[in-house]
Ligand binder design. Structure first.
Ligand code: PLP
Length: 390
Protein backbone atom coordinates (compact mmCIF):
# COMPACT_ATOMS: atom_id res chain seq x y z
CA UNK A 1 0.00 0.00 0.00
CA UNK A 2 1.39 3.39 -0.91
CA UNK A 3 1.76 5.93 1.90
CA UNK A 4 -0.62 8.33 0.17
CA UNK A 5 -3.48 5.85 -0.23
CA UNK A 6 -5.20 6.67 3.06
CA UNK A 7 -8.05 9.15 2.71
CA UNK A 8 -8.40 9.65 6.44
CA UNK A 9 -6.62 8.69 9.60
CA UNK A 10 -9.80 8.76 11.62
CA UNK A 11 -11.22 5.70 13.28
CA UNK A 12 -14.29 4.44 11.46
CA UNK A 13 -16.21 4.31 14.74
CA UNK A 14 -15.53 7.97 15.40
CA UNK A 15 -16.13 8.98 11.82
CA UNK A 16 -19.56 7.42 11.88
CA UNK A 17 -20.64 9.20 15.06
CA UNK A 18 -23.00 12.09 14.43
CA UNK A 19 -22.25 15.37 16.22
CA UNK A 20 -24.77 16.08 18.98
CA UNK A 21 -27.97 17.65 17.64
CA UNK A 22 -28.07 19.87 20.71
CA UNK A 23 -24.75 21.52 19.87
CA UNK A 24 -25.75 22.21 16.28
CA UNK A 25 -28.75 24.08 17.53
CA UNK A 26 -26.87 26.10 20.06
CA UNK A 27 -24.23 27.12 17.61
CA UNK A 28 -27.08 28.58 15.59
CA UNK A 29 -28.59 30.34 18.61
CA UNK A 30 -25.24 31.75 19.76
CA UNK A 31 -25.01 33.82 16.59
CA UNK A 32 -28.30 35.62 17.34
CA UNK A 33 -29.20 38.46 19.69
CA UNK A 34 -31.87 38.49 22.37
CA UNK A 35 -32.28 34.71 22.49
CA UNK A 36 -33.93 33.08 25.50
CA UNK A 37 -32.50 29.64 25.88
CA UNK A 38 -34.58 26.78 27.21
CA UNK A 39 -32.00 24.55 25.68
CA UNK A 40 -29.11 23.82 27.95
CA UNK A 41 -29.38 21.08 30.53
CA UNK A 42 -27.73 22.81 33.41
CA UNK A 43 -28.77 24.71 36.51
CA UNK A 44 -28.95 28.50 36.30
CA UNK A 45 -27.87 28.64 39.95
CA UNK A 46 -24.30 29.24 40.98
CA UNK A 47 -22.78 26.48 43.13
CA UNK A 48 -23.58 27.13 46.84
CA UNK A 49 -21.01 29.47 48.35
CA UNK A 50 -19.86 27.10 51.12
CA UNK A 51 -18.96 24.59 48.39
CA UNK A 52 -17.00 27.17 46.43
CA UNK A 53 -15.20 28.19 49.61
CA UNK A 54 -14.21 24.60 50.32
CA UNK A 55 -12.36 24.54 47.01
CA UNK A 56 -10.51 27.74 47.97
CA UNK A 57 -9.46 26.12 51.24
CA UNK A 58 -8.32 23.05 49.37
CA UNK A 59 -6.01 25.18 47.24
CA UNK A 60 -4.94 27.36 50.17
CA UNK A 61 -3.79 24.29 52.03
CA UNK A 62 -1.76 23.25 49.04
CA UNK A 63 -3.80 20.22 48.01
CA UNK A 64 -2.68 20.46 44.43
CA UNK A 65 -1.54 16.90 43.80
CA UNK A 66 -3.33 13.83 42.41
CA UNK A 67 -5.58 11.94 44.81
CA UNK A 68 -6.01 8.17 44.99
CA UNK A 69 -7.09 6.86 41.58
CA UNK A 70 -10.56 5.95 42.80
CA UNK A 71 -10.92 9.32 44.55
CA UNK A 72 -10.23 10.59 48.06
CA UNK A 73 -11.32 8.03 50.60
CA UNK A 74 -12.97 10.82 52.63
CA UNK A 75 -15.20 11.59 49.66
CA UNK A 76 -15.90 7.94 48.85
CA UNK A 77 -16.90 7.44 52.48
CA UNK A 78 -19.28 10.43 52.28
CA UNK A 79 -20.81 9.14 49.04
CA UNK A 80 -21.35 5.75 50.61
CA UNK A 81 -22.95 7.28 53.73
CA UNK A 82 -25.13 9.55 51.59
CA UNK A 83 -26.47 6.63 49.54
CA UNK A 84 -27.05 4.59 52.66
CA UNK A 85 -29.09 7.41 54.16
CA UNK A 86 -30.99 8.10 50.97
CA UNK A 87 -31.62 4.59 49.70
CA UNK A 88 -30.65 2.25 52.55
CA UNK A 89 -28.12 0.49 50.33
CA UNK A 90 -24.60 -0.31 51.54
CA UNK A 91 -21.51 0.29 49.44
CA UNK A 92 -18.01 -0.28 50.72
CA UNK A 93 -16.12 3.00 50.16
CA UNK A 94 -12.84 1.16 49.60
CA UNK A 95 -14.05 -1.34 47.05
CA UNK A 96 -17.35 -0.22 45.62
CA UNK A 97 -17.09 3.50 44.96
CA UNK A 98 -15.16 5.39 42.29
CA UNK A 99 -15.05 9.17 41.89
CA UNK A 100 -15.10 10.22 38.25
CA UNK A 101 -14.87 13.30 36.05
CA UNK A 102 -18.59 13.93 35.92
CA UNK A 103 -21.26 11.28 35.52
CA UNK A 104 -20.16 11.40 31.88
CA UNK A 105 -16.91 9.66 32.71
CA UNK A 106 -18.72 7.19 34.94
CA UNK A 107 -20.88 6.21 31.94
CA UNK A 108 -17.84 5.85 29.70
CA UNK A 109 -15.85 3.81 32.22
CA UNK A 110 -18.80 1.58 33.00
CA UNK A 111 -19.37 0.74 29.36
CA UNK A 112 -15.70 0.17 28.66
CA UNK A 113 -15.42 -2.08 31.70
CA UNK A 114 -18.41 -4.18 30.64
CA UNK A 115 -18.44 -4.34 26.88
CA UNK A 116 -16.65 -6.64 24.49
CA UNK A 117 -16.87 -5.95 20.76
CA UNK A 118 -20.31 -6.85 19.48
CA UNK A 119 -22.08 -6.85 22.85
CA UNK A 120 -25.47 -5.19 22.71
CA UNK A 121 -26.56 -2.52 25.15
CA UNK A 122 -30.17 -1.43 25.33
CA UNK A 123 -30.71 2.31 25.21
CA UNK A 124 -34.19 3.45 26.15
CA UNK A 125 -35.27 6.35 23.98
CA UNK A 126 -35.84 9.28 24.13
CA UNK A 127 -32.50 9.24 25.92
CA UNK A 128 -29.62 11.43 26.98
CA UNK A 129 -27.66 12.03 23.78
CA UNK A 130 -24.43 10.46 25.04
CA UNK A 131 -25.58 6.92 25.73
CA UNK A 132 -25.64 5.41 22.26
CA UNK A 133 -22.36 7.05 21.14
CA UNK A 134 -20.69 5.97 24.40
CA UNK A 135 -21.79 2.38 23.73
CA UNK A 136 -20.38 2.56 20.19
CA UNK A 137 -17.10 4.05 21.41
CA UNK A 138 -16.79 1.16 23.85
CA UNK A 139 -17.11 -1.24 20.89
CA UNK A 140 -20.68 -2.25 21.68
CA UNK A 141 -23.88 -2.05 19.69
CA UNK A 142 -26.56 0.30 20.98
CA UNK A 143 -30.00 -1.25 20.61
CA UNK A 144 -32.57 1.48 20.76
CA UNK A 145 -35.93 0.86 22.35
CA UNK A 146 -38.68 3.36 21.58
CA UNK A 147 -41.04 4.16 24.41
CA UNK A 148 -44.65 5.23 24.16
CA UNK A 149 -45.50 8.92 24.58
CA UNK A 150 -48.95 7.91 25.81
CA UNK A 151 -47.24 6.15 28.72
CA UNK A 152 -45.11 9.23 29.44
CA UNK A 153 -42.22 7.48 27.70
CA UNK A 154 -41.88 4.95 30.51
CA UNK A 155 -40.02 1.77 29.73
CA UNK A 156 -42.54 -1.04 29.79
CA UNK A 157 -41.19 -4.52 30.53
CA UNK A 158 -42.66 -5.98 27.31
CA UNK A 159 -40.79 -3.42 25.22
CA UNK A 160 -37.57 -4.32 26.97
CA UNK A 161 -38.13 -8.03 26.57
CA UNK A 162 -38.73 -7.67 22.82
CA UNK A 163 -35.35 -5.98 22.35
CA UNK A 164 -33.29 -8.61 24.15
CA UNK A 165 -31.14 -10.98 22.12
CA UNK A 166 -28.37 -13.49 22.86
CA UNK A 167 -25.93 -10.60 22.65
CA UNK A 168 -27.62 -8.27 25.10
CA UNK A 169 -25.36 -7.57 28.01
CA UNK A 170 -26.64 -4.45 29.67
CA UNK A 171 -29.34 -1.85 29.73
CA UNK A 172 -29.01 1.89 30.29
CA UNK A 173 -31.71 3.29 32.53
CA UNK A 174 -32.30 6.90 33.46
CA UNK A 175 -34.86 7.98 36.05
CA UNK A 176 -35.63 10.86 36.31
CA UNK A 177 -35.03 10.96 32.61
CA UNK A 178 -33.35 13.46 30.36
CA UNK A 179 -35.09 14.63 28.10
CA UNK A 180 -38.58 13.63 29.22
CA UNK A 181 -38.40 14.28 32.97
CA UNK A 182 -40.18 10.95 33.47
CA UNK A 183 -39.70 9.19 36.79
CA UNK A 184 -40.14 5.43 37.18
CA UNK A 185 -41.88 4.34 40.38
CA UNK A 186 -40.66 1.52 42.58
CA UNK A 187 -43.23 -0.85 41.06
CA UNK A 188 -42.27 0.11 37.53
CA UNK A 189 -38.61 -0.46 38.32
CA UNK A 190 -39.45 -3.80 39.92
CA UNK A 191 -41.24 -4.90 36.74
CA UNK A 192 -38.13 -4.00 34.71
CA UNK A 193 -35.97 -5.79 37.27
CA UNK A 194 -37.90 -9.03 36.69
CA UNK A 195 -36.88 -8.95 33.01
CA UNK A 196 -33.30 -7.99 33.89
CA UNK A 197 -33.08 -11.01 36.14
CA UNK A 198 -34.77 -13.38 33.71
CA UNK A 199 -32.21 -12.60 31.00
CA UNK A 200 -29.28 -12.17 33.37
CA UNK A 201 -28.57 -8.58 32.31
CA UNK A 202 -26.58 -5.83 33.94
CA UNK A 203 -27.97 -2.33 34.51
CA UNK A 204 -26.30 1.03 34.22
CA UNK A 205 -28.63 3.25 36.19
CA UNK A 206 -28.00 6.92 35.59
CA UNK A 207 -29.50 8.65 38.60
CA UNK A 208 -27.93 12.06 38.24
CA UNK A 209 -31.34 13.72 38.60
CA UNK A 210 -32.27 11.58 41.60
CA UNK A 211 -32.34 14.56 43.96
CA UNK A 212 -34.69 16.40 41.63
CA UNK A 213 -37.90 14.43 42.09
CA UNK A 214 -40.88 16.66 42.77
CA UNK A 215 -43.86 14.49 43.53
CA UNK A 216 -42.60 11.24 44.95
CA UNK A 217 -39.48 10.00 46.66
CA UNK A 218 -36.84 8.82 44.22
CA UNK A 219 -36.26 5.08 44.05
CA UNK A 220 -32.81 3.90 43.06
CA UNK A 221 -32.61 0.80 40.88
CA UNK A 222 -30.11 -0.59 43.38
CA UNK A 223 -32.87 -0.63 46.01
CA UNK A 224 -34.94 -3.16 44.11
CA UNK A 225 -34.43 -6.61 45.66
CA UNK A 226 -31.59 -8.60 44.07
CA UNK A 227 -30.63 -5.71 41.78
CA UNK A 228 -27.76 -4.22 43.76
CA UNK A 229 -25.44 -7.01 42.56
CA UNK A 230 -26.24 -6.32 38.92
CA UNK A 231 -26.43 -2.53 38.97
CA UNK A 232 -23.98 0.29 38.67
CA UNK A 233 -25.48 3.43 40.09
CA UNK A 234 -24.06 6.38 38.17
CA UNK A 235 -24.45 9.87 39.51
CA UNK A 236 -22.70 13.11 40.24
CA UNK A 237 -22.76 16.62 41.55
CA UNK A 238 -23.59 18.54 38.38
CA UNK A 239 -27.33 18.87 38.63
CA UNK A 240 -28.61 18.88 42.21
CA UNK A 241 -25.61 20.81 43.56
CA UNK A 242 -25.33 23.12 40.53
CA UNK A 243 -21.77 21.96 39.89
CA UNK A 244 -21.64 21.20 36.16
CA UNK A 245 -18.31 22.97 35.68
CA UNK A 246 -16.59 21.14 38.50
CA UNK A 247 -16.67 17.89 36.58
CA UNK A 248 -17.33 15.52 39.41
CA UNK A 249 -19.35 12.33 39.43
CA UNK A 250 -19.22 8.81 40.78
CA UNK A 251 -20.18 5.22 40.24
CA UNK A 252 -21.02 2.64 42.88
CA UNK A 253 -21.56 -1.06 42.33
CA UNK A 254 -20.03 -4.53 42.48
CA UNK A 255 -16.33 -4.48 43.51
CA UNK A 256 -15.21 -6.40 40.43
CA UNK A 257 -16.65 -3.79 38.09
CA UNK A 258 -15.50 -0.79 40.13
CA UNK A 259 -12.02 -2.32 40.14
CA UNK A 260 -12.08 -2.66 36.35
CA UNK A 261 -13.31 0.90 35.97
CA UNK A 262 -10.56 2.13 38.30
CA UNK A 263 -8.01 0.36 36.13
CA UNK A 264 -9.18 2.22 33.01
CA UNK A 265 -9.43 5.46 35.01
CA UNK A 266 -5.86 4.98 36.25
CA UNK A 267 -4.52 4.70 32.73
CA UNK A 268 -6.61 7.45 31.20
CA UNK A 269 -7.53 10.16 33.73
CA UNK A 270 -5.53 9.24 36.87
CA UNK A 271 -7.89 10.97 39.28
CA UNK A 272 -10.71 13.51 39.38
CA UNK A 273 -9.75 17.13 40.19
CA UNK A 274 -8.58 17.47 43.79
CA UNK A 275 -10.18 20.79 44.74
CA UNK A 276 -13.45 19.61 43.21
CA UNK A 277 -13.32 16.55 45.46
CA UNK A 278 -12.88 18.77 48.53
CA UNK A 279 -15.79 20.87 47.32
CA UNK A 280 -17.91 17.74 46.88
CA UNK A 281 -17.26 16.68 50.49
CA UNK A 282 -18.60 20.04 51.61
CA UNK A 283 -21.55 19.65 49.23
CA UNK A 284 -22.50 16.32 50.79
CA UNK A 285 -21.89 17.49 54.35
CA UNK A 286 -23.51 20.92 54.36
CA UNK A 287 -25.64 21.69 51.34
CA UNK A 288 -28.94 20.02 52.04
CA UNK A 289 -30.68 23.36 52.56
CA UNK A 290 -29.33 24.82 49.31
CA UNK A 291 -30.36 21.71 47.35
CA UNK A 292 -33.86 21.89 48.83
CA UNK A 293 -34.17 25.59 47.96
CA UNK A 294 -33.12 25.00 44.35
CA UNK A 295 -35.48 22.06 44.15
CA UNK A 296 -38.36 24.17 45.43
CA UNK A 297 -37.65 26.74 42.76
CA UNK A 298 -37.48 24.10 39.98
CA UNK A 299 -40.79 22.67 41.13
CA UNK A 300 -42.45 26.06 40.91
CA UNK A 301 -40.98 26.63 37.45
CA UNK A 302 -42.08 23.19 36.27
CA UNK A 303 -45.64 23.85 37.36
CA UNK A 304 -45.63 27.22 35.63
CA UNK A 305 -44.25 25.94 32.33
CA UNK A 306 -46.58 22.94 32.16
CA UNK A 307 -49.59 25.13 32.89
CA UNK A 308 -48.53 27.57 30.17
CA UNK A 309 -48.05 24.87 27.52
CA UNK A 310 -51.42 23.38 28.35
CA UNK A 311 -53.09 26.78 28.09
CA UNK A 312 -51.51 27.20 24.67
CA UNK A 313 -53.22 23.99 23.64
CA UNK A 314 -50.12 21.79 23.48
CA UNK A 315 -50.24 18.39 25.13
CA UNK A 316 -47.79 18.37 27.99
CA UNK A 317 -47.71 15.85 30.81
CA UNK A 318 -46.39 16.83 34.21
CA UNK A 319 -42.90 15.32 34.45
CA UNK A 320 -41.97 14.05 37.90
CA UNK A 321 -38.29 15.00 37.88
CA UNK A 322 -35.17 16.55 36.35
CA UNK A 323 -35.63 20.07 34.93
CA UNK A 324 -37.15 19.42 31.52
CA UNK A 325 -40.64 19.43 30.06
CA UNK A 326 -41.35 17.59 26.84
CA UNK A 327 -44.48 19.04 25.22
CA UNK A 328 -45.93 17.67 22.01
CA UNK A 329 -45.85 19.98 19.00
CA UNK A 330 -47.61 17.48 16.72
CA UNK A 331 -50.67 19.72 16.44
CA UNK A 332 -48.65 22.34 14.59
CA UNK A 333 -47.89 20.00 11.70
CA UNK A 334 -44.19 20.79 11.94
CA UNK A 335 -41.46 18.29 12.59
CA UNK A 336 -39.52 18.85 15.81
CA UNK A 337 -36.61 20.34 13.87
CA UNK A 338 -38.83 22.65 11.84
CA UNK A 339 -40.64 23.83 14.93
CA UNK A 340 -37.44 24.51 16.87
CA UNK A 341 -35.79 26.22 13.95
CA UNK A 342 -38.77 28.47 13.15
CA UNK A 343 -39.29 29.32 16.81
CA UNK A 344 -35.67 30.34 17.07
CA UNK A 345 -35.73 32.41 13.88
CA UNK A 346 -39.05 34.10 14.51
CA UNK A 347 -39.24 34.50 18.27
CA UNK A 348 -35.69 33.95 19.45
CA UNK A 349 -36.48 31.10 21.82
CA UNK A 350 -34.11 28.14 21.76
CA UNK A 351 -35.53 24.70 22.54
CA UNK A 352 -34.19 21.30 21.57
CA UNK A 353 -36.01 19.24 18.91
CA UNK A 354 -37.17 15.98 20.50
CA UNK A 355 -35.84 13.81 17.67
CA UNK A 356 -32.23 14.44 18.71
CA UNK A 357 -32.98 12.15 21.67
CA UNK A 358 -34.19 9.34 19.44
CA UNK A 359 -36.93 8.77 16.91
CA UNK A 360 -39.63 8.39 19.55
CA UNK A 361 -38.92 12.02 20.49
CA UNK A 362 -40.13 13.20 17.09
CA UNK A 363 -43.12 15.50 17.48
CA UNK A 364 -41.85 16.83 20.82
CA UNK A 365 -39.51 19.54 22.03
CA UNK A 366 -37.35 19.58 25.13
CA UNK A 367 -37.57 22.76 27.16
CA UNK A 368 -35.31 23.16 30.14
CA UNK A 369 -36.84 25.17 32.96
CA UNK A 370 -33.52 25.67 34.71
CA UNK A 371 -33.81 29.36 34.05
CA UNK A 372 -35.46 32.20 36.00
CA UNK A 373 -39.25 32.50 36.19
CA UNK A 374 -38.91 35.93 34.57
CA UNK A 375 -37.11 34.43 31.58
CA UNK A 376 -39.55 31.54 31.47
CA UNK A 377 -42.46 33.94 31.48
CA UNK A 378 -41.01 35.86 28.54
CA UNK A 379 -40.23 32.61 26.70
CA UNK A 380 -43.81 31.42 27.14
CA UNK A 381 -45.16 34.72 25.80
CA UNK A 382 -42.96 34.37 22.74
CA UNK A 383 -43.96 30.74 22.15
CA UNK A 384 -47.60 31.74 22.45
CA UNK A 385 -47.06 34.50 19.89
CA UNK A 386 -45.30 32.03 17.60
CA UNK A 387 -48.19 29.56 17.80
CA UNK A 388 -50.64 32.31 16.88
CA UNK A 389 -48.80 33.01 13.64
CA UNK A 390 -48.85 29.44 12.32
C1 PLP B 1 -28.91 11.96 32.09
C2 PLP B 1 -27.57 12.60 32.20
N1 PLP B 1 -26.53 11.85 32.59
C3 PLP B 1 -25.30 12.37 32.70
C4 PLP B 1 -25.05 13.70 32.41
C5 PLP B 1 -23.65 14.21 32.52
O1 PLP B 1 -23.42 14.80 33.76
P1 PLP B 1 -22.00 15.29 34.23
O2 PLP B 1 -22.00 16.77 34.14
O3 PLP B 1 -21.91 14.84 35.67
O4 PLP B 1 -20.97 14.66 33.39
C6 PLP B 1 -26.11 14.51 32.00
C7 PLP B 1 -25.88 15.91 31.64
O5 PLP B 1 -26.68 16.58 31.03
C8 PLP B 1 -27.40 13.95 31.91
O6 PLP B 1 -28.46 14.69 31.53
Amino acid sequence: MSPSSKTTYLSKTVEQLQPSGIRRFFDLASKMDNVISLGVGEPDFVTPWNVIEASFHSLEKGYTAYTANAGMIELRTRISAYLKKKYQVDYDPEEQVIVTVGASQAIDLALRALIDPGDEVIVVEPSFVSYAPAVSLAGGIPVKVDTDPLQQFKLEPELLEKAITEKTKAIMLCSPNNPTGTVLSKDELAAIAAVVKKYDLFVLSDEIYGELCYDEKHTSFSQIPEMKERTLLLSGFSKAFAMTGWRLGYAVGPSEIIKAMTKIHQYTIMSAPTMAQHAAIEALDHSETSVQEMKKSYRQRRNFVVKEFREMGLNCYLPGGAFYVFPSIQKTGFTSEEFAEKLLQEQRVAVVPGNVFGRSGEGYIRCSYATSLKQLDEAMKRIRAFLQTI
